[in-house]
Write a protein that binds this ligand. Structure first.
Ligand SMILES: *[C@@H]1O[C@H](CO)[C@@H](O)[C@H](O)[C@H]1NC(C)=O
Ligand SMILES: *[C@@H]1O[C@H](CO)[C@@H](O)[C@H](O)[C@H]1NC(C)=O
Length: 162
C-alpha cells in the first residue's frame, strides 16, 4: 500500500470519529477524575460541542458506571451552573438514583444495594421547564453515596426556546 493511500485512510477514520453524532462532550468535575467519560456518557440531544436543552422537551441522560464498594444509598446531585451559580434541576436533584439503575449485562432493574465491580447503566430523563433562563450553562451530574461521588461529569449546554 502506498503512503498517500494510508494517509487518506487515516484521515477518513479520524473524520468518522469526529462526526459521530452520539458523542457527548462530557468533562471532568473540578478536582475529580473518572476514566472514559466521553465513551460512557450520553446526553440526548447533544452535539459534539454542547448539549441543546430545548424548553418543553425532556433531556435524557444515560451512562455506564461501576463502584469499588457496596452502595446502599445513591443520590442524584444534579444542577446547572449559570455564571458560576449552581441552580438545581427540578425533579432530579437530591432524589434517590437507585430506581434509575439497571444491570448492564441483563438490563434487569438493580435496586440498591449495588455490588462492587459490577457494570451498571443509569438512565434518567428531566424536563426543561419554560421558566429556565435561555442561557449557556454547564450541567453538573453526579451520583453520591453519602460521602463521595461514584461518578461525576459536567457537560457544556445551552437552554433554547421551545
Ligand atoms: C417527559 O418525561 C415525562 C416523564 O418520563 C413524561 O411524562 C413526559 O410525557 C415527557 N415529555 C415529553 C415532551 O416527552
Ligand atoms: C463511598 O464511596 C467511596 C469511594 O468509593 C468509599 O471510600 C466510601 O466508603 C463510600 N461511602 C459509603 C457510605 O458507602
Amino acid at each position: 500500500m502506498n503512503k498517500a493511500y494510508i494517509t487518506f485512510a487515516v484521515v477518513l477514520a479520524l473524520y468518522a470519529i469526529a462526526v459521530r453524532s452520539d458523542i457527548t462532550p462530557a468533562e471532568q468535575c473540578p478536582g475529580q477524575h473518572f476514566d472514559g467519560l466521553e465513551e460512557r456518557i450520553q446526553v440526548v440531544p447533544c452535539s459534539k460541542s454542547r448539549c441543546k436543552l430545548r424548553k418543553g422537551t425532556n433531556t435524557t441522560v444515560i451512562f455506564k458506571f461501576k463502584t469499588d464498594s457496596v452502595v446502599n444509598k445513591l443520590t442524584n446531585d444534579v444542577y446547572a451552573i449559570i455564571s458560576g451559580v449552581p441552580l438545581p434541576f427540578i425533579g432530579v436533584s437530591g432524589v434517590s438514583a437507585c430506581p434509575h439503575v439497571q444491570r448492564a449485562d441483563s438490563g434487569a432493574p438493580a435496586p440498591c444495594p449495588l455490588e462492587p465491580h459490577q457494570e451498571y447503566i443509569y438512565t434518567n430523563q428531566f424536563p426543561i421547564l419554560s421558566f429556565y433562563p435561555p442561557v449557556p450553562l454547564r450541567v453538573h451530574w453526579s451520583l453520591n453515596n453519602g460521602t463521595a461521588d461514584i461518578v461525576c461529569f459536567e457537560v457544556p449546554a445551552v437552554i433554547t426556546k421551545a
